[in-house]
Design a protein around this ligand. Sequence first.
Ligand SMILES: Cc1cc2nc3c(=O)[nH]c(=O)nc-3n(C[C@H](O)[C@H](O)[C@H](O)COP(=O)(O)O)c2cc1C
Length: 199
Amino acid sequence: MSYILILYYSRYGATAEMARLIARGVEEVPDIEARLRTVPPVSTVCEATEESIPEAGAPYANLDDLRQCAGLALGSPTRFGNMAAPLKYFVDGTSSLWLAGDLREKPAAVFTSTSSMHGGQETTLLSMMLPLMHHGMLMLGLPYSETDLLHTASGGTPYGPSHLAGADSDRPLSDSEKRLCQALGRRLAETAVKLRGAD
Ligand SMILES: Cc1cc2nc3c(=O)[nH]c(=O)nc-3n(C[C@H](O)[C@H](O)[C@H](O)COP(=O)(O)O)c2cc1C
């Protein structure tokens, strides 16, 4: 069964919750499934290593998860207006896939969570697209036919779903943030299935 890889980093759980909702959207589409994967934190002590299996949540991603996916949703909490280092560290290790063109013509999308309303949702989303475009992936956002975009009072952007987690990073996802996550999952899965049919 082909799958959409939902690859994310999450420190406090908000981005992980978004990832699960995107997976739910993917699973609404026949003939394709969702695969959730995360990445370990990175340490300022270069020698520090994590256990190969996380204590809880999605397994850690490996390059094969990415190489064999039919599409990708990449998610990160916003860190100083950009993606978090653990996810960037993983992405920086994907040169072999870039050289082989393994991700070319595959649909991809991005999602993020911030503490503050104007703390960089769009900058993070747009900058997360850059390495995926270098890989030749086909970037998808959210169209305004998702009418939640017209009324956002927290997260939700045409560049991808976002979430306003609040100063303590404990604000639950709003209903419209949830719907936009699911809509993105559906859109990615439908696009991947269509592209596969066009092969
Ligand atoms: C080092 C660091 C930098 C951060 N930078 C920002 C920022 O630029 N804008 C913002 O709104 N939130 C910022 N935050 C807050 C995180 O975005 C917030 O905790 C996150 O959205 C929670 O997601 P998670 O539950 O998936 O970890 C920062 C947090 C850390 C630890």
